[in-house]
Each structure stands twice: as C-alpha cells, then as structure tokens.
Design a protein around this ligand. Structure first.
Ligand code: PEP
Ligand code: MN
Length: 348
C-alpha cells in the first residue's frame, strides 16, 4: 500500500500517518519527492486491512499495490517521473545524452573527453573513478583523485557528473564530488550499497545486473526507494548472451517493459552493451526509437590509448553521427532533445 500525501500536507500530518501505520502493526517508509511525499506501507494482509488513514489530514490518496516492488511501481504513480541531476532533467519530455570517458585517467584526458561530450550535445558527464574490473590486474581507477578531477572538469564545463560507487564507505566522498551515483551492473544486488546510496540524498543511476530479470532489477530499485530516495534512473546496458562477438546483448524490450512496470526513467548504455564502437550508434538509435529517456555513451579523445574500454569509445565522425541521431530521432517521438537540429554537423 502507498499513501500519497497532498502537496499542502504538513510534517505533523505526515508524522500522524506514520504513527497510525505503526500503531496498526505495519512499517512505514517515507519518500519525499520534488512534488509530493509518499509513504510506503509494508505489512501482512491483516495489517493492511486495519490501516485506515483515508480520513487523516494531509492524505491525498491511498493506493493498494499488487507488484512486489511498491514505491517504484507504476501502480504507485500512473505518470512518469522526471529525475533532476544537478538541474538536468531525465524523464518523459526530454532526451538526455550522458557522455564521458569510461574511466577518469588524468585531468587532461577527462577535460578533453568532457569537451568532446559537450560539443556532441551531452548535458551530463560520466567518468569512473572506482572501476570494478573483471581482472584485478586491470586499471582500477584513480579513486578520490579521480573524483577530484571529475568535479573540477564538471565545474569547468558546466556538465553535472555521474560516477560509479562500489563501496558503501565511499558514499560521503562520492556525494561531495558528484551529482549522481552510478550503481554498476556487478553491484545491482549489493543491498548494503543500494541502501547506502538510498540514504545519501542524491540521484542514483541503477544499471541492470548481467542476468537480472525486470523484477529483480525493480526490487533492487526498491531498496534505494525504501530509504527515501525516489530519484532513480534505470539503465539497460545489455545482458549476458551466448554470442562472443558482442560483449552483451542489448535488451531493447527493457525500455517499454520498464516504462510499463515502473514510473522511473529508463536510459540505455549502448557502449557497455556493444563493447565495440561500430555498434554503438545503431544501438543508440534503437534505444531512441524504443522510447528511452536518454543514452549514456563512452567517449575518449584518444580511444586507442584508453586505459579502460577503448574499443567502445566514440570520437570524431562516429560521435558527430550520434549527435545527428540525438537531434533528429527523439523529437519524432515528441521529446525535447539535448541537441537542436541547428547544431547538427557543428560539433567539432
Ligand atoms: C560503466 O558504466 O563504467 C560500467 C562499468 O558499466 P557496467 O556496470 O554496465 O558494466
Ligand atoms: Mn567501461
């Protein structure tokens, strides 16, 4: 059950609702969104029967939710949510391009990549300081020094920054330097990490686990929401398939499916799906056509020298072509694009 408070509900109204729920033997989880506050109620059927808050002051609506994920379910919110990342919207009215290096390698490389990203029409910067690599011998990221570089480049270019967190102990330092937490594929079900970012007061991008079902993915999102944070963006990045020539299999169906199951925005990372740059543009176009709220791509000023995932990094002509796609395809579906048609072809 979800209790939706009215816009004019006071803190006392909210406290009274929570007291009422707990008095009936249920648990109440409060999430304060930009426009409304909701209270998720968890309890047995018997408990839910006796929770009767409909007449309490400040209560707008009481919704029974049948999906196992409550707060992120579309049953809880028939509309679609917009998540603001440092003032940049990700949601149903816009198409957001997020771009940047896979890993922060140096100040020069990160600045050059961010400038490429901005010229290409990106409004958010990505860059990893903590890299969860398959091999312990591969470049692991610059850690806090990488965060500092990312924050400085973000300030210089005006692009709010998204960066991956791999350890709950790093929540404060990542929150200090970045505008959005990224939970990577390998950590989608790292529940203490999800709870830690859920309580940190910044938006979260939740990437799909390598073999996660939609329900598992949304239950992971629920862990974040349950800590009071509904500013969650789901990111499809390909799932484990059997074809070795592509890194992962992009599940385009995830975009309309997740939009129907949940009110959260859904974006796509074609770079980590493909693992090779020649596929990034066609997959990005497919994501746009399927109704994604944005895409996140790897760019690098010198892909052949990249310390991480150079084979999938865009630059030059391929990046220009992506800009053209971002300017043309989403507007066909009624979205405002981060790139306007008059900027096409002028990205370098
Ligand atoms: C990344 O985006 O840097 C990354 C490591 O992606 P994923 O978690 O999807 O593999
Ligand atoms: Mn990568």
């Amino acid at each position: 059950m979800v209790i939706v408070m009215t816009a004019s509900a006071t803190d006392d109204d909210l406290a009274e609702v929570v007291r009422h729920v707990e008095g009936a033997g249920g648990s109440a989880f409060v999430s304060r969104g930009v426009t409304r506050t909701i209270v998720g109620v968890i309890g047995t059927e018997e408990v839910l029967e006796v929770v009767d808050v409909g007449l309490l002051p400040g209560v707008g609506e009481v919704v029974r939710i049948t999906a196992p994920y409550k707060l992120v379910s579309s049953e809880n919110n028939a509309g679609r949510s917009t998540v603001s990342v440092g003032g940049v919207p990700i949601g149903p009215d816009t198409f957001t391009l997020i771009a940047g290096p896979c890993a922060v390698e140096s100040a020069e490389q990160t600045l050059a990549a961010a400038q490429q990203a901005r010229r290409a029409g990106a409004t958010l910067l990505r860059g990893g300081a903590y890299k969860p690599r398959t091999s312990p011998y591969a470049f692991q990221g610059l850690g806090v020094e990488g965060l500092r570089i990312l924050a400085e480049v973000s300030r210089e270019t005006g692009l709010p920054a998204v960066t991956e967190i791999v350890d709950p102990a790093d929540v404060d330092v990542v929150a200090e330097y970045a505008d959005m937490f990224q939970i990577g594929t390998r950590n989608m079900q790292n529940f203490p990490l999800l709870q830690a970012v859920g309580g940190a007061g910044k938006p979260v991008m939740l990437k799909r686990g390598l073999t996660a079902t939609y329900e598992e993915w949304l239950m992971a999102a629920e862990y974040i929401a349950q800590r009071g944070n509904l500013d969650i963006v789901l990111c499809e990045r390909g799932i484990r398939g059997f074809e070795p020539s592509i890194r992962n299999m992009l599940d385009v169906s995830a975009v309309p499916m997740l939009h129907s199951l949940s009110h959260l925005p859904v974006i796509v990372d074609p770079s980590h799906a493909a693992g090779r740059r020649d596929l990034v543009l066609p997959l990005a176009r497919a994501a746009m056509a399927a109704g994604a709220d944005g895409v996140m791509v790897d760019v690098h000023p010198e892909p052949e020298r990249a310390l991480c995932d150079g084979a999938q990094a865009l630059s030059g002509d391929l990046l220009d072509e992506l800009t053209v796609a971002v300017a043309t395809v989403p507007p066909l579906l009624g979205r405002r694009s981060a790139v306007t048609a008059d900027r096409m072809g002028t990205t370098r």
